[in-house]
Write a protein that binds this ligand. Structure first.
Ligand SMILES: Nc1nc2c(ncn2[C@@H]2O[C@H](COP(=O)(O)OP(=O)(O)OP(=O)(O)O)[C@@H](O)[C@H]2O)c(=O)[nH]1
Ligand SMILES: [Mg+2]
Ligand SMILES: [Zn+2]
Length: 356
């Protein structure tokens, strides 16, 4: 690589960023390792330091995705005497991991940026769910990263279980690599370790308690992250509360995440296209252009379903996901209308009071 910033390659820098990045005079490039309210923890070749966003940056940006999040590259000004660095610019993101925010007008909430591969973690024990996995895959592809599936806690189930779950994932047409492991017996940990390449960024996502922090600790070889206490039921006390970027001994970069519960509400139209490429491909053979693939005559998707060339579950997941994203759009619009109606009601109530 003919990178000018070769000292940053270890932190995930690549030619892609080199070609697109320009910083002001006296500014250097650093990567966001964590965000604590208004303090950014940055990493560069020399180590970790704290920084704040420049006032002018705050003034020019309003939407939450425009602010640096874990994994971002930024331009920072830091003189040796300064306690805090000053962040002036956010560099272009190669990939994003984001979800639709449940709140008002802001569209997306950033989870992480510049992730090469999102590791979707599910536990073989109670947590495994193909539909949820497909939703995660949609979210990952929507943001441009690769995906990898990790089934944990294989020590708690019969050996046949992880194998059948992997087969189920394959049967659904998922092409992402699937790994199984146990952090207790350490079975499968070597395979995972080999998958995590130096200078590449991996973001661990999945429900609370599936063992994300435990795995990262096992890979570190020492306790860095708080985890729940070991217990047979998988229940415990500590839960990850913030995202942070950690460098593993092998050189891989990992981002731990708190469990995520709000996946039903993500908008990921383009991602649906990839997870269900087979169905979307078939749809061009439907008689009607706006075919809903449910009970329309001449529907190529239904025909494929009847002949068994696409799976019943895969088809059901497709409908479910489509329904959910449509539902979210609708409930959002409806919510906006309700807010407006409520505003009018307040106004008229005030008027009534004033006239009273
Ligand atoms: N039996 C068994 N227990 C495990 C394994 N991995 C993790 N656990 C336990 O599962 C519980 C939850 O683990 P964590 O690593 O805190 O889970 P997490 O995914 O980081 O959870 P959040 O931070 O809440 O999202 C703890 O009690 C762990 O000891 C495993 O492979 N086998
Ligand atoms: Mg955790
Ligand atoms: Zn159709």
């Amino acid at each position: 690589m003919q990178s000018r910033h070769t000292d940053l390659v270890r932190l995930g820098w690549s030619e892609w960023f080199e070609e697109r990045s320009e910083c002001g005079l006296g500014h250097t490039i650093a990567r966001v390792a964590a965000v604590d309210r208004d303090v950014l923890w940055l990493m560069d070749h020399a180590g970790t330091f704290r920084a704040k966003l420049a006032g002018s940056y705050r003034y020019r940006h309003r939407l939450s995705p425009e602010f640096p999040c874990v994994g971002d590259w930024v331009c920072v000004e830091k003189r040796p005497a300064d306690d805090l660095g000053m962040v002036h610019r956010l560099l272009e993101r190669r990939t994003v991991l984001r979800r639709k925010s449940a709140g008002e007008s802001v569209d997306y909430q950033m989870i992480a940026a510049n992730v090469d591969c999102v590791v979707i973690v599910q536990s073989c024990h109670f947590d495994f769910n193909l539909k949820r996995l497909e939703r995660y895959l949609v979210m990952v592809r929507d943001g441009g990263a690769d995906a990898c599936v990790l089934l944990t806690k294989m020590d708690l189930v019969a050996p046949a279980i992880p194998a059948s779950q992997s087969a189920e994932i394959r049967a659904a047409g998922v092409t992402a690599p699937v790994l199984t492991l146990s952090s207790v017996t350490r079975e499968g940990l070597d395979d995972l370790q080999r998958t995590l390449l130096p200078g590449r960024t991996y973001c661990f996502v999945g429900s609370s308690g599936v063992g994300k922090s435990t795995i990262i600790n096992a890979l570190m070889g020492r306790e860095m992250l708080e985890t729940k206490e070991v217990s047979g039921t998988g229940e415990g006390r500590h839960t990850t509360v913030r995202r942070e970027l950690i460098i593993l001994e092998g050189g891989g970069l990992v981002i731990d995440n708190p469990g995520m519960r709000e996946l039903g509400i993500l908008g990921a139209e383009s991602g649906i296209g990839e997870s269900f490429a087979d169905i979307i491909g078939l749809a061009s053979g439907c008689r009607y252009r706006n075919c809903g693939h449910t009970d329309e005559p001449g529907c190529a998707v239904r025909e494929a379903l009847d002949s068994g060339s696409i799976g019943q579950d895969h088809y059901a997941n497709y409908l479910k996901l489509r329904e959910e994203s449509a539902f979210y759009q609708m409930s959002y619009a409806e919510k906006r209308r309700k807010d407006r109606d409520f505003g009018r009601y307040i106004k008229s109530a005030k008027r009534d009071l004033e006239n009273w």
